[in-house]
Design a protein around this ligand. Structure first.
Ligand code: FAD
Length: 447
């Protein structure tokens, strides 16, 4: 079969790997100059390893991607560590002068010693978290919001102190509408130890791409698919793809190729533009409004001194801070791989039209630095900084999400859709991109 895969992120590459393994003729079309989509890494002069544009790690139970890494023969590249994750709270009251304090909250013992909750609130919160961790049934949690579940079982004080600021920081106005199944998935999945890949996720992406090529697949980068149409030429295959092959930033060639089947792995709004019929028929079937998405924006700071002393992941509950999380990558992986510089992400999820999305790096630095200085004792010696913004980076899991998620088999014969929106009850992640790519490949073969 001749199969086109649109999007060279992890879903598309996994599907291409599986289909070329079975002997199909596959062409991957990737709009960007590089493969990997949201998990793509960049490398600066003097660095031995790539760094993901947005913070990435795996959990030790991310079996689909770990098994694929094994199959590709690079299992020895996996690194397992238990970095410190913590939460920042700004303590109110005379004695504290509104000073930010960092508490490690990644184990039941840490929760027990957390000073901002009463013993009864700790007991209620601990019971709720244990229930979420042990309960295998997520479906009933689709019809109740995370806020309702948490306040009912964990208590409104714990919700207000521990979770609400993080939910509002991440989802903004959507926070009260997030389904409890999303919270269940976050708690259920988390493992204290985390996994990284020697050389960065790029090691995995490049090995996957090389194997696809060895299996006869073709990968086009700098190639943006513009439309998909039913071919009028009855002798050729069924679906005709028109694409722009960029020669440089300014010039491109318009080309056409025909295929028996097409797998779209782009975000849904792009897929719907390429094939409006997919959206209209889905909406007719499900009579639901489209899934909202958030942009991810990350400022990466390269510094001579660490911003966080030993914490890897710091969630910020103080909503006067202009960011949601500080992720000190070099408190997870050794700074020697990055020219002995400390690398720290400052991250946000933002709705469409948020003012930060149109700010320059300098404007963002000016806005963020006074707050970064509140969490570090050291003088910041920034040697470099980078800003990355990705649209459609987080689908919003509102009530009954599973009914709204796009279906793999679209109403158009031969066209399939598999992207981050298809993933539930889990929050998106590279592990699920691998699972989805494998499922898509199987379905394409069998239909
Ligand atoms: C801030 C952030 C942190 C994250 N942290 C983690 C983490 O710690 N661990 C983890 O496992 N996952 C993490 N993820 C999630 C993970 O990156 C994604 O789940 C995964 O990479 C999605 O892969 P995908 O192939 O489905 O989609 P994408 O990566 O979005 O790939 C889609 C591809 O389609 C291409 N494309 C779009 N339009 C066209 C077109 N017209 N023609 C051709 N190509 C097109 C895009 O360029 C892109 O490469 C994180 C994501 C974000 C945003």
């Amino acid at each position: 079969m001749d199969i086109a895969i649109i999007g060279g992120g992890i879903t598309g590459l996994t599907a291409a790997y599986e289909l070329t393994k079975k002997g199909h003729h596959v062409v991957v079309f990737e709009r960007d100059p590089v493969l990997g989509g949201l998990a793509h890494g960049f490398k600066r002069k003097g660095w031995d390893w790539s760094l993901e544009k947005t913070y990435h790690h795996l959990f030790t139970n991310d079996n689909a991607i770990i098994n694929l890494i094994d199959e590709l023969g690079i299992h020895d590249k996996l690194i397992i560590k238990r970095p410190i994750t913590a939460t920042l709270f700004t303590l109110k009251g005379e004695a504290f002068k509104g000073s930010p304090q960092i508490f490690q909250l990644d184990s039941p013992t840490n929760l027990l010693s957390f000073p901002l909750l009463s013993p009864i609130d700790k007991l209620r919160t601990g019971t709720l978290l244990a229930f979420l961790k042990l309960n295998p049934f997520w479906q009933p949690l689709e019809s109740i919001t995370a806020q309702k579940l948490f306040t009912f079982w964990g208590g409104s004080t714990s919700w207000r102190i521990l979770w609400e600021p993080l939910m509002v920081g991440k989802f903004g106005e959507f926070a009260p509408t997030i389904q409890a199944a999303w919270l269940w998935a976050r708690i259920k999945k988390r493992t204290p130890s985390l996994v990284y890949i020697e050389g960065g996720f790029q090691t995995f992406i490049q090995t996957l791409a090389n194997t696809i090529s060895l299996q006869g697949g073709i990968i086009y980068t700098n190639t943006q698919v513009m439309s998909i149409k039913k071919s009028t030429n009855s002798k050729s295959a069924n679906l005709q793809i028109a694409y722009k092959k960029f020669r440089n930033n300014l010039s491109f060639d318009i080309c056409h190729l025909s295929f028996d089947k097409v797998l779209l792995t782009t975000p849904s709004p792009i897929a719907f533009k390429l094939l409006p019929k997919v959206r209209s028929t889905m909406n007719d079937q499900q009579s639901t409004s489209p899934i909202p998405h958030l942009h991810a924006q990350v400022l990466v700071l390269e510094t001579r001194k660490p911003i966080l002393q030993d914490v890897y992941w710091l969630s910020i509950t103080d909503r006067t801070f202009p960011f949601l999380a500080v992720v000190a990558h070099t408190n997870f992986m050794d700074k020697k791989h990055y020219g002995n510089h400390h690398l720290t992400y400052v991250g946000n999820y933002l709705p469409d039209n948020h003012p930060y999305l149109s700010m320059t790096k300098e404007q963002l630095l000016k806005k963020f630095l006074p707050f970064i200085k509140r969490i570090t004792d050291d003088e910041l010696r920034i040697t470099n900084s980078y800003v990355f913004t990705a649209p459609f980076a987080q689908p919003v899991h509102q009530l009954h999400y599973s009914k709204r998620a796009p279906k793999l088999v679209t109403p158009i014969p031969g066209v399939f859709l598999a992207n981050m929106d298809s993933i539930y009850p889990w929050d998106r992640g590279t592990n699920y991109a691998v699972e989805l790519g494998q499922k898509a490949a199987k379905t394409i073969e069998n239909l």
